[in-house]
Design a protein around this ligand. Sequence first.
Ligand code: GAR
Length: 211
Amino acid sequence: MFKIAVCVSGGGTNLQAIIDGVRQGVIPNTEIVRVISNNQNAYALERARLAGIDAVCISPRSYESRELFNEALLAAVDEAAPDLIVLAGFLVVLPPAMIRKYEHRIINIHPSLIPAFCGTGYYGLKVHEAALARGVKVTGATVHFVDEGTDTGPIIMQKAVAVRQGDTPELLQRRVMEEAEWIILPASIALMAEGRISVEDGQAKITDGER
Ligand code: GAR
């Protein structure tokens, strides 16, 4: 079994897409061994519990310093011994020690076509507000490996989504989730589970499968 830990901060619709993908076999031979949230009110935690998945909250508020929080977060991940860590709307800057320890074993979903509308300050609805303010006609989502920069790691998969006249940030966010995020995140995890992604010269390569 390929073991994944999923880190979340909010509603957890991407987590739900992963749970459903595992159940329906879109993500083969995979078990979600733990869901970790920095926010105890995240509905994502409830989704995990409803699916019978071990769910823990590691909140920065419970620790005296960032260092202690970082250590606790890494310990919660290590304890689950995952093959892959999936950031599914996790709005926390990862401890550098975690990024080094799990090199090419942490992936993130970002709600734009990187390198547009990404980096520090671009998360959640802010990404869609920026896309609408710039007037782009196409946006989308990206799954990428996590490195020590913000949204700078090797790109695994992207999917474009049309912007429509009259879109609000909320409408655009929902369309990007439905048409891109909930598809490419499970698909990327499936490729990882099948051992079909490698990183060469800083770029993610997908090798052909038997299917
Ligand atoms: C998703 O749109 C995800 O792409 C975004 O947060 C949302 C979480 O929604 N992530 C980022 O902006 C990371 N920079 P969810 O909790 O319903 O999956």
